[in-house]
Ligand binder design. Structure first.
Ligand code: GAR
Length: 219
């Protein structure tokens, strides 16, 4: 049977893309990233994709007169890659309602906080300022409102007394690299059921998907 086709959208470094590709290389994720699309030509993840023989494309938002025109061009590029799943892996543009509805149910985003806490930007800085002891990341289905779509999986990490934005971001990022391949694996094996705002995951070990705690080395 053909592997589910995945198109990944990025804006920068691409470490989450690399985590997906590594899981596929290791044989732990039965899916194929066929296309990577970036909204910036200087996105580091484009080189990661190319090194894996994955097709790349740049759809630069700055070259379009309006948000709607950009969304339409992006949708066209995605459709051309005929994906079963579209993953926003560090894609830093807000997508309009028409775009989101077109890919509804097959559009996932990874966000660097335990939603619904800290939607939007500067999540680690805000978590530190609030003094929270638990932080993390979320993978959710994308809906027209930003960062509020149905949650599929979360991974939590502790906040240490000595943390600054960089150390906390690094700990969360390590958790992202565990969480995103796990959620994409569930999606690709057809185990996700959407029930209103709740996502049920069929046929996993009970509790295995409730919260993923990423390994955190002691200081
Ligand atoms: C990740 O931390 C991801 O959660 C975040 O951007 C980073 C991308 O890193 N995404 C968002 O903030 C989306 N609002 P990467 O390019 O190394 O995967």
């Amino acid at each position: 049977m053909a592997l589910p086709r995945i198109t990944v959208l990025i804006s920068g470094r691409g470490s989450n893309l690399a985590a997906l590709l590594a899981a596929m290389d290791a044989g732990t994720l039965a899916g194929a990233v066929t296309t990577v699309i970036a909204n910036r030509a200087d996105a580091g993840g484009l080189a990661i994709a190319a090194a894996h023989g994955v097709a790349t494309q740049v759809v630069d938002h700055r070259t379009f007169p309006s948000r709607e025109d950009f969304d339409a061009a992006l949708a066209q590029a995605i459709d051309a890659s005929a994906p079963d799943l579209v993953v926003l892996a560090g894609f830093m543009r807000v997508l309009g309602g028409a775009f989101v509805r077109r890919f509804c149910g097959r559009l996932l985003n990874i966000h660097p906080s335990l939603l619904p806490a800290y939607p939007g930007l500067h999540t680690h800085r805000r978590a530190l300022a609030d003094g929270v002891r638990l932080h993390g990341c979320t993978v959710h289905f994308v809906t027209p409102d930003v960062d509020v779509g149905p949650i599929v999986g979360q991974a939590a990490v502790p906040v240490h007394d000595g943390d600054d934005e960089a150390t906390l971001a690094a700990r969360v990022l390590a958790a992202e690299h565990v969480l995103l391949p796990a959620v994409v694996r569930w999606y690709c094996s057809g185990r996700l059921d959407l029930d209103g705002r709740r996502v049920r995951i069929r046929d996993t070990d009970p509790g295995s998907h409730d919260v993923l705690f990423a390994p955190v080395p002691d200081p």
